[in-house]
Design a protein around this ligand. Structure first.
Ligand SMILES: [Zn+2]
Length: 282
């Protein structure tokens, strides 16, 4: 008798890789079991019923069998294909970046409903958010918090004093802010008063309130630099999609405050699909 067991769980497709013949390895972030890499047989053959339900960024109800060997996907029913992302190269790039962050930060079989719900909510909002940078900072900060890396933003990590409304300094190695007196001792990045306010707001409030903040391009850039430096430090490696986003920014017009920002207007569906293919190793 086989010792394989069947699991059905909501999941997001966060990575795809080709395997020999017509198969793929699909990396899923599942609500029940966390990150799972699973075999999808025959999905590169034309006419495969599973293929359309295993596109990158799909939110799907997945059925897996698990035994001694590699988990195998035996069923998938799309709950939300996030089609709106596929019509915008820029929004797709951001969404792939969120998927890649989860893939890099979460170990296999480390379930987290906090991370799962955050990813689902962020992908849903990636279709409509006016300020994708702000949505990205919300995602990064709350992902870090869910994984136990929430930066200290209220007390100096060295002397313990409550931080004043002045420029304070972020230390990657300590994981948060230092007061000006303590900052000289280590390698740090200055953070403006408004920058600190926004960081605290994003940690303390939900997504719906957070994405309504209005940030100018200087503040957007400051927070992006700060969080990307911290994420790189934690990962000890470059984030592939982050580099890709940077390339994209060079090509696209500069990011302006939310009301002036019409994202995703400059790229056609074809470009977005090519990007999905590029990231999925198709
Ligand atoms: Zn201090």
């Amino acid at each position: 008798m086989s010792d394989a067991r069947e699991i059905k769980t909501p999941a997001i497709v966060i990575k795809r890789a080709r395997l020999k013949e017509a198969d793929r390895v699909i990396t899923l972030f599942t609500r029940q079991s966390g990150k799972v890499s699973a075999l999808a047989r025959g999905v590169r053959k034309s006419g495969s019923k599973l293929a359309g339900h295993l596109e990158l960024l799909n939110y799907t109800d997945i059925t897996l069998t698990r035994g001694k060997g590699f988990p195998t996907i035996i069923g998938s029913q799309t709950l939300n294909p996030h089609l709106c992302l596929r019509s915008s190269l820029e929004r797709t790039a951001y969404a792939l970046y969120y998927a890649e962050l989860v893939n890099h930060f979460v170990e296999e079989e480390q379930p987290s409903t906090l991370v799962f719900d955050l990813l689902v909510e962020t992908l849903d909002n990636a279709c409509t958010a006016e300020n994708m940078e702000l949505l990205s900072r919300f995602f990064e900060l709350n992902l870090l918090s869910a994984l136990g890396f929430q930066p200290q933003l209220r007390l100096c990590l060295d002397c313990g004093a409550a931080l004043k409304a002045e420029v304070n300094y972020f230390s990657n190695s300590l994981g948060g802010l230092l007061c000006p007196n303590c900052a000289a001792k280590s390698s740090v990045l200055p953070v403006s008063v408004n920058g600190q306010k926004v960081l605290r707001f994003l940690v303390d409030h939900g997504l719906a309130q957070s994405v309504r903040l209005k940030l100018d391009s200087v503040l957007n850039r400051e927070l992006k630099q700060l969080l990307h430096n911290y994420l790189r430090y934690l990962l000890e490696r470059d984030i592939k999609s982050s580099a890709w986003l940077h390339q994209l920014e060079v090509m696209l017009p500069p990011l302006e405050p939310a009301s002036d920002t019409r994202l995703g207007q400059s790229a056609g569906t074809g470009d977005a699909e090519r990007l999905v293919d590029l990231q999925g190793g198709a």
